[in-house]
Design a protein around this ligand. Structure first.
Ligand code: R5P
Length: 295
């Protein structure tokens, strides 16, 4: 893959280095600086003419990251890069996918339109697909690839937890919970959830009585933690203890991780789509396999 170069946006160095090692693609050099007034400066120091570029940039807290990413993508193009592929392990703005109230901005669509005008391809991992069923409905890039963490989550569960029983905290979670459960040969249950505000949800537990199993909550995103915390509390009332929590994307507020442990979670584990010390499930091989398939 001599005609490829990987570029790491700030905060993405660990994953980018791991991918560079695995894929044998060279890392491009770029200098970033923030002026005292808060404006970004960047300078590309590698020769990118006729190269295919993979920009490694996870997009949690996207507003602080997006301009720098767009500045770099456009600069690379002006310097002669032939194609810009964005590897965004976490793709944001997927939850505001309908007008919940009149006047709401449909940010999922606006954000997709913006990104699509700067990059040619996107690779991402388990985006929050709910009312939008396929990213191609809102992204107009020439190619968009969605990878799934379920196999790697299943491998982690098989290595660490005996007699698992998987729980999905809402209807949307069924897509990945079912896949994980099948791969570890476990049963699963899906909870129904009603969200009131960002940090407040109501859940209804289905009837299951497997007290001799090790319960694992699996969700795509853990953010405020309200979904998992409410579930942990209800499970506790039913006498279920020692529950493991797995989130693909660790969006965590400042207190989320500790709140989950305080509520009785035995372990809180995430995939490395967003850097966090809970990143026990490494998806670099999954991403590299995809990079190797790229044209
Ligand atoms: C939403 O439906 C997602 O699948 C997650 O359940 C949600 O984003 C988790 O957010 P929080 O941790 O704030 O409850």
């Amino acid at each position: 893959m001599n005609n490829y170069l990987l570029f790491a946006l700030p905060g993405n160095d660990v994953l980018a280095h791991s991918l560079a090692d695995k894929s044998k693609i060279e890392l491009g050099l770029v200098k970033f600086h923030v002026f005292p007034d808060g404006e970004d400066y960047l300078r590309v120091e590698s020769d990118v003419k006729n190269k295919i570029i993979i920009l490694v940039c996870t997009l949690d807290h996207p507003d602080a990251k997006i301009l720098r990413l767009l500045f770099l993508a456009q600069t690379l193009r002006e310097l002669g890069a032939t194609e810009i592929c964005l590897l965004a392990p976490y793709l944001p703005y997927m939850r505001q996918d309908k007008h919940f109230q009149s006047g709401d901005a449909l940010t999922s669509t606006i954000f997709a339109k913006l990104l699509s005008s700067f990059v040619d391809r996107v690779i991402t991992i388990d985006p929050h697909l709910h009312r939008i069923h396929n990213l191609a409905e809102i992204y107009s890039v020439s190619n968009i690839t969605t990878l799934h963490a379920s196999k790697k989550i299943a491998e982690w569960i098989s290595a660490k937890i005996t007699s698992p029983f998987i729980i999905g905290p809402d209807e949307e979670s069924k897509q990945w919970v079912r896949e994980v459960a099948e791969q570890v040969n476990a049963s699963y249950a899906i909870i129904s959830k009603i969200r009131h505000t960002n940090g407040s949800v109501d859940i209804t537990l289905p009837d299951f009585k497997d007290h001799n199993k090790n319960l694992i909550l699996v969700d795509d995103i853990i953010s405020s933690g309200a979904t998992m915390l409410t579930t942990l509390r209800k499970l506790d009332l039913r006498g279920f203890k020692n529950i493991n929590c797995i989130g693909i994307h660790a969006l965590f507020d400042k207190t989320t991780y500790n709140d989950l442990l305080s509520a009785g979670a035995t372990r809180v584990v995430s995939c490395n789509t967003i850097p966090h010390f809970s990143n026990e499930i490494d998806l670099a091989d999954l991403i590299n396999d995809q990079i190797q398939k790229e044209p």
